[in-house]
Design a protein around this ligand. Structure first.
Ligand SMILES: NC(=O)c1ccc[n+]([C@@H]2O[C@H](COP(=O)([O-])OP(=O)(O)OC[C@H]3O[C@@H](n4cnc5c(N)ncnc54)[C@H](OP(=O)(O)O)[C@@H]3O)[C@@H](O)[C@H]2O)c1
Length: 309
């Protein structure tokens, strides 16, 4: 199942997110995922594991498990590389061992002090606050992203963690419209207005953190997981599915692309088995009532400043 982007290319609605996947786990994870049917992988320079993804993909191509054109590979421009878009993209391509990307996203709407191409640390100033580069506008970064399309390095370009105002601006100054906006959304953080705005303007929404971050975000940020929600547990029992499957199916129901991360083989399979059932209208409405406007991914923890405040 795939969504056709405004660039004309198709994006599979379920992808595997690889943030916080250890390098040594990557080979088996990617090979297993491809065998299960995953054709979409969500990467980023900042995840510091592009080389391991690239190694696994190279093996998958060499052994004939899958062809390059059957996969959809996304990666993301890090904050400190906004002034070096072409070099950063080439660096990611080299690590991923690919000659084009299906999708390249601006990871966050903020440029920070450059510390070397592909060097994705978060530079902080002497007060421990993210060292934001005030000389680079998002418009400049976007035009450099557009150049990647004309150079043939990237098929579709998009944005990530943009709110309605920033997305609106991007639509205004772009020659190549953003194909995707990737942001956090799940039953506890539904963001209906942003989803509606993007979809109305032909921008596909990819839900990052589609499971609400579960144990991982609980450990990193102390957040509560929607996978423990009693109402969702009730729906899981009713449909004879897991809570994760109910939550992911809901993501598909609202026409978002979902990129759950797991490093566990049994969950890889579970998170992909979401195409053979549908939620009733009443149950979709019930999930709507669970919104807590609750962000679980909180980079402010590392940056000394809350970009979303
Ligand atoms: N653009 C951005 O700024 C941004 C930010 C955050 C994330 N992302 C992307 O979105 C992807 C997903 O986000 P995320 O990893 O933060 O959160 P997530 O996918 O919502 O949740 C991942 C957590 O859920 C657990 N999990 C996975 N499947 C499960 C299941 N079936 N049942 C119970 N628990 C399950 C995982 O543990 P196990 O691994 O142990 O299964 C992990 O603890 C990332 O990998 C990344 O590609 C993008």
């Amino acid at each position: 199942m795939a969504i056709t982007l405004n660039s004309g290319f198709k994006m599979p609605v379920v992808g595997l997110g690889v943030w916080r996947v250890e390098g040594r786990e990557m080979r088996d994870l990617i090979i297993n995922a491809i065998k299960i049917g995953y054709r979409h992988f969500d990467c980023a320079a900042d995840y510091k594991n592009e080389a391991e993804v690239g190694e696994a993909l190279a093996e998958a191509f060499q052994t004939g498990l899958v062809k390059r054109e059957d996969l959809f590979i996304t990666t993301k421009l890090w904050n400190s590389d906004h002034g070096h878009v072409v070099e950063a993209c080439k660096d990611s391509l080299k690590k991923l061992r690919l000659d084009y990307l299906d999708l390249y996203l601006i990871h966050f709407p903020v440029a920070t002090r450059h510390t070397g191409v592909g060097n994705t640390g978060s530079a902080l100033d002497e007060d421990g606050v993210l060292d934001i580069d005030t000389t680079i506008t998002l418009e400049t970064t976007w035009h450099a992203m557009e150049d990647l399309v004309s150079m043939g390095l990237v098929r579709s370009i998009g944005i990530s963690n943009y709110d309605i105002f920033l997305t609106r601006d991007c639509l205004a100054y772009s020659k190549v419209k953003p194909a995707v906006n990737q942001f956090e959304t799940h039953p506890y953080f539904q963001r209906d207005s942003l989803v509606k705005f993007c979809q109305k303007h032909g921008i596909c929404v990819t839900a990052h953190t589609p499971l609400g971050g579960a144990v991982a975000n609980n450990e990193w940020f102390g957040t509560v997981s929607c996978l423990d929600d009693p109402v969702l547990k009730g729906l899981a029992a009713k449909y004879k599915r897991t809570v994760a499957q109910i939550v992911l199916r809901w993501g598909i129901h609202r026409n978002t692309v979902i990129i759950p991360k797991t490093a566990k083989p049994e969950r890889l399979e579970e998170n992909f088995q979401v195409f053979d059932f549908e939620l009733s209208k009443e149950d979709v409405d019930l999930i709507k009532s669970l919104d807590r406007k609750y962000r679980t991914n909180q980079p402010a923890k590392f940056w000394g400043i809350d970009l979303f405040a």
